[in-house]
Design a protein around this ligand. Structure first.
Ligand code: AMP
Length: 282
């Protein structure tokens, strides 16, 4: 496995593979790798001749400076984990910020309204920062495919949107959420939870699963209220939002839809840690 820290070397390395007609898969991450990330890497390994995992904690997507400061970071450990599963020809790209942003990135993106609700509403500027880093990585690496997790459901929709809108010839591959044995969606931020908070956190997915089972018996507003009240009762937990949205427009729904995909998306604060999760209702 190769390790690159500058744009030019990785670009040269990858273009030599692409010139031979080989496929390249990109897995963008912010490090602090867990099994969720590794599921993306394994999928990419099974579908591409060469795989690049990028590790870059992107400052422009943090709307909260404390969240950026606290974000877990252990690139040496990440690299040694990847060494165990990647092949000789695969690569890690771990650039310093000046490689990604040689100048301040002033680009603003249009997400066609997909950013109006949920993360877009609660984390102003977040998706613009995500779009900046993802389009920079796409521009530098020009992979055949790029892999993203459904854990960040709204992010995935937004990345699909910009890729199509900007005619970027990269296939976006969505990968299912990987959970801990008690159901908690794996996240780099989980290590920031105290042991009590970690136990409480299991209720997030448990409540979402129960909510899905209530669909036949209860109206959508009732289910929303039930989820919110139930989680807000738990010590240290505060629901930021729980919305059941159309899976294409991401617009919050007020009643169950027959022929449309629906996804319940949640963000909670548990102590100082912000966690998100989602579940398909159809
Ligand atoms: P991050 O390092 O948090 O930016 O995540 C990098 C990629 O891994 C994103 O596409 C995430 O959606 C994906 N990811 C993070 N957690 C999980 C998970 N539990 N299951 C599947 N994918 C995940």
């Amino acid at each position: 496995m190769h390790l690159f820290t500058d744009n030019r070397s990785i670009r040269e390395y990858l273009s030599s593979w692409l010139a031979k007609g080989k496929t390249a898969g990109l897995v963008p991450t912010m490090g602090a790798l867990h099994r969720g990330h590794l599921s993306l890497v394994n999928r990419a390994l099974s579908e591409n001749k060469v795989v690049v995992v990028s590790i870059f904690v992107n400052p422009t997507q943090f709307n909260d400076p404390d969240d950026f400061r606290r974000y877990p970071c252990n690139p040496e450990q990440d690299i040694s984990i990847l060494r165990k599963i990647m092949r000789e020809e695969d690569a890690v790209f771990h650039p310093p910020a000046k490689e990604i942003y040689p100048e301040p990135d002033t680009r603003t993106f249009d997400f066609g309204g997909l950013d109006r609700f949920m993360e877009g509403a609660y984390r102003p500027g977040h998706f613009n920062g995500v779009a900046q880093v993802v389009t920079r990585l796409f521009e530098i690496l020009k992979p055949t495919r790029a892999y993203f997790g459904e854990k960040d459901f709204q992010q995935l929709a937004i990345i699909r949107h910009i890729t199509e809108n900007l005619n970027i010839p990269i296939k976006i591959v969505a990968c299912p959420i990987v959970r801990e044995p008690d159901g908690l969606a794996m996240s780099s931020r989980n290590v920031l939870l105290t042991s009590e908070e970690r136990q409480t956190a299991a209720s997030i997915s448990r409540t979402l699963f129960s909510a899905r089972d209530m669909r036949q018996k209860a109206s959508l507003p009732k289910v929303k209220q039930w989820v919110t009240e139930r989680l807000n009762e738990l010590p240290g937990m505060e629901v930021e939002y729980f919305e059941i949205v159309d899976d294409r427009t991401l617009a919050p729904l007020s009643q169950w839809q027959k022929n449309k995909g629906m996804v319940g998306c949640i963000a909670v604060k548990l102590g100082k840690v912000r966690l998100i999760d989602n579940i398909r209702f159809s």
